[in-house]
Design a protein around this ligand. Structure first.
Ligand code: FES
Length: 110
Protein backbone atom coordinates (compact mmCIF):
# COMPACT_ATOMS: atom_id res chain seq x y z
CA UNK A 1 0.00 0.00 0.00
CA UNK A 2 1.59 3.28 -1.05
CA UNK A 3 1.76 6.18 1.37
CA UNK A 4 0.73 9.72 0.66
CA UNK A 5 1.57 12.69 2.85
CA UNK A 6 -0.71 15.72 3.01
CA UNK A 7 0.71 18.89 4.56
CA UNK A 8 -1.04 22.11 5.46
CA UNK A 9 -0.07 25.19 3.48
CA UNK A 10 2.33 26.42 6.15
CA UNK A 11 3.67 22.94 6.84
CA UNK A 12 2.59 22.97 10.48
CA UNK A 13 0.36 19.93 10.13
CA UNK A 14 1.17 16.71 8.36
CA UNK A 15 -0.98 13.65 7.76
CA UNK A 16 0.56 10.43 6.51
CA UNK A 17 -1.91 7.96 5.03
CA UNK A 18 -1.75 4.55 3.41
CA UNK A 19 -4.07 4.13 0.46
CA UNK A 20 -4.87 1.69 -2.30
CA UNK A 21 -2.95 2.11 -5.52
CA UNK A 22 -5.33 3.27 -8.24
CA UNK A 23 -7.16 5.79 -6.06
CA UNK A 24 -7.03 9.50 -6.82
CA UNK A 25 -5.69 11.92 -4.25
CA UNK A 26 -9.17 13.44 -4.12
CA UNK A 27 -10.77 10.13 -3.11
CA UNK A 28 -8.03 9.47 -0.56
CA UNK A 29 -8.51 12.95 0.90
CA UNK A 30 -12.29 12.54 1.14
CA UNK A 31 -12.00 9.11 2.75
CA UNK A 32 -9.70 10.54 5.44
CA UNK A 33 -11.27 13.93 6.21
CA UNK A 34 -8.47 15.88 4.55
CA UNK A 35 -9.70 19.38 3.72
CA UNK A 36 -9.83 19.09 -0.06
CA UNK A 37 -13.18 20.25 -1.39
CA UNK A 38 -13.41 18.61 -4.82
CA UNK A 39 -16.70 20.34 -5.64
CA UNK A 40 -17.07 18.81 -9.11
CA UNK A 41 -16.04 15.34 -7.86
CA UNK A 42 -13.31 14.92 -10.42
CA UNK A 43 -14.92 16.34 -13.57
CA UNK A 44 -12.19 19.01 -13.89
CA UNK A 45 -14.71 21.83 -13.59
CA UNK A 46 -13.89 23.49 -10.25
CA UNK A 47 -10.15 23.56 -9.29
CA UNK A 48 -11.01 23.09 -5.59
CA UNK A 49 -8.86 19.95 -5.48
CA UNK A 50 -5.72 22.02 -6.20
CA UNK A 51 -2.61 20.65 -4.48
CA UNK A 52 1.00 21.80 -4.51
CA UNK A 53 3.21 18.80 -5.12
CA UNK A 54 6.62 18.53 -3.47
CA UNK A 55 9.13 19.37 -6.26
CA UNK A 56 10.92 16.01 -5.99
CA UNK A 57 7.64 14.20 -6.47
CA UNK A 58 6.29 16.50 -9.16
CA UNK A 59 8.84 15.13 -11.66
CA UNK A 60 7.60 11.59 -11.05
CA UNK A 61 3.96 12.31 -11.94
CA UNK A 62 2.42 11.66 -15.32
CA UNK A 63 2.20 14.87 -17.33
CA UNK A 64 -0.96 16.91 -16.83
CA UNK A 65 -3.48 16.91 -19.69
CA UNK A 66 -4.35 20.13 -21.54
CA UNK A 67 -7.71 20.15 -19.74
CA UNK A 68 -6.01 19.93 -16.35
CA UNK A 69 -3.59 22.72 -17.24
CA UNK A 70 -6.48 24.92 -18.39
CA UNK A 71 -8.28 24.39 -15.10
CA UNK A 72 -5.10 24.93 -13.08
CA UNK A 73 -4.68 28.33 -14.78
CA UNK A 74 -7.82 29.36 -12.89
CA UNK A 75 -6.71 27.99 -9.51
CA UNK A 76 -5.98 30.32 -6.61
CA UNK A 77 -2.28 30.48 -5.69
CA UNK A 78 -0.99 28.50 -8.67
CA UNK A 79 2.64 27.33 -8.35
CA UNK A 80 5.11 25.64 -10.70
CA UNK A 81 4.29 22.28 -9.08
CA UNK A 82 0.51 22.66 -8.81
CA UNK A 83 -1.75 19.82 -9.88
CA UNK A 84 -5.38 18.81 -9.48
CA UNK A 85 -5.85 16.17 -6.80
CA UNK A 86 -8.61 14.53 -8.81
CA UNK A 87 -6.14 13.82 -11.62
CA UNK A 88 -3.31 12.29 -9.59
CA UNK A 89 -3.64 8.54 -9.31
CA UNK A 90 -1.62 6.95 -6.52
CA UNK A 91 0.63 4.10 -7.67
CA UNK A 92 3.23 1.97 -5.92
CA UNK A 93 5.97 4.02 -7.57
CA UNK A 94 4.50 7.12 -5.92
CA UNK A 95 4.93 5.62 -2.44
CA UNK A 96 5.69 8.62 -0.20
CA UNK A 97 4.10 11.22 -2.49
CA UNK A 98 4.01 14.50 -0.60
CA UNK A 99 1.60 17.34 -1.36
CA UNK A 100 0.68 20.61 0.32
CA UNK A 101 -2.82 22.03 0.40
CA UNK A 102 -3.10 25.60 -0.92
CA UNK A 103 -3.99 28.48 1.41
CA UNK A 104 -7.31 28.88 -0.43
CA UNK A 105 -9.13 27.42 -3.40
CA UNK A 106 -11.33 28.99 -6.06
CA UNK A 107 -14.49 27.16 -7.06
CA UNK A 108 -14.99 27.72 -10.79
CA UNK A 109 -18.46 26.11 -10.60
CA UNK A 110 -19.87 29.14 -8.75
S1 FES B 1 -12.53 17.99 -8.14
FE1 FES B 1 -13.07 19.63 -9.44
S2 FES B 1 -11.32 19.90 -10.67
FE2 FES B 1 -10.76 18.29 -9.35
Amino acid sequence: MPKVIFKSYDGTTRLELEADAGETLLKIAHANDVEMEGACEGCMACSTCHVIVDPDWYKKLEDASEEELDMLDLAFGLTATSRLGCQIILTDTLDGLTVRLPAETRNMLI
